[in-house]
Design a protein around this ligand. Structure first.
Ligand SMILES: [Fe+2]
Ligand SMILES: [Fe+2]
Length: 179
C-alpha cells in the first residue's frame, strides 16, 4: 500500500515506515496527522456554524450530519489525547527499557486492542457522514461555505483513514514486539 505525503506530494511506501523505529514513527504521526486534526477540526466546526447561520431552515440531513460530526470530533479528540498522554509515552518507555525492566509491556496488547476499537468507531462515523452526503457531493445550489465544508469532510475522511492505517498496521505491531 502507498500513501500520499502531502508536504512533498510524493507517495510514501508503507515499507518506509516499517524501517523507522517506533519513536520516529510517533513523531511523524503527531506532526503529520495529529497536528492536522488540531488545525482542521475547529475549522470544520466553524464551517458548520457558517452554513447554519446562512440558512433560515436546517434540513434534517444537515442537522444529522452536524450531530454525527460533533460526536466524531469529541471521540477523536479524546482518542488523540489518550495516545499522546498515555500510549505514546508507554511506547517511549518500552523503546528505552523494554519490558524486562518496566514490566509495562503486559499492557500493550490491551492498549492496542482498545485504540483499534476506537479507530473502528471513528471510521464508522466518517462512513456514515459519507453516506449521508452521497460521498460529500455538494448540491448544485450549495453555498461556498457548504462546498468548503463538504470538501473539508472528504479530506478529513481520507486523512483519518491513512492515519489509522499507519497506527494499526505499522506502529502497533512494532510496539507489541517491544512489549
Ligand atoms: Fe493517532
Ligand atoms: Fe489512533
Amino acid at each position: 500500500m502507498k500513501t500520499i505525503n502531502r508536504q512533498s506530494g510524493k507517495s510514501t511506501p508503507a515499507a518506509d515506515w516499517a524501517n523507522k523505529d517506533s519513536l520516529e514513527l510517533i513523531e511523524h504521526i503527531i506532526k503529520r496527522y495529529h497536528d492536522y486534526l488540531r488545525r482542521e477540526l475547529p475549522r470544520i466546526s466553524h464551517l458548520f456554524q457558517e452554513v447554519a447561520e446562512g440558512r433560515l431552515e436546517q434540513p434534517p440531513e444537515f442537522l444529522k450530519l452536524k450531530e454525527i460530526y460533533e460526536s466524531f470530533r469529541t471521540a477523536i479528540e479524546e482518542h488523540r489525547e489518550k495516545e499522546e498522554q498515555v500510549f505514546y509515552p508507554l511506547c517511549h518507555r518500552l523503546e528505552a527499557n523494554g519490558n524486562k525492566i518496566s514490566g509495562e509491556g503486559d499492557d500493550v496488547q490491551g492498549w492496542t486492542d482498545e485504540l483499534m476499537q476506537e479507530h473502528g468507531e471513528v471510521e464508522d462515523a466518517l462512513a456514515w457522514m459519507s453516506d449521508l452526503t452521497h460521498c460529500f457531493k455538494a448540491p448544485a445550489d450549495a453555498s461556498d461555505s457548504l462546498r468548503e465544508l463538504l470538501a473539508g469532510l472528504a479530506a478529513l475522511k481520507r486523512d483519518t483513514h491513512e492515519h489509522i492505517y499507519v497506527e494499526n498496521e505499522v506502529l502497533f505491531p512494532k510496539v507489541i514486539l517491544l512489549g
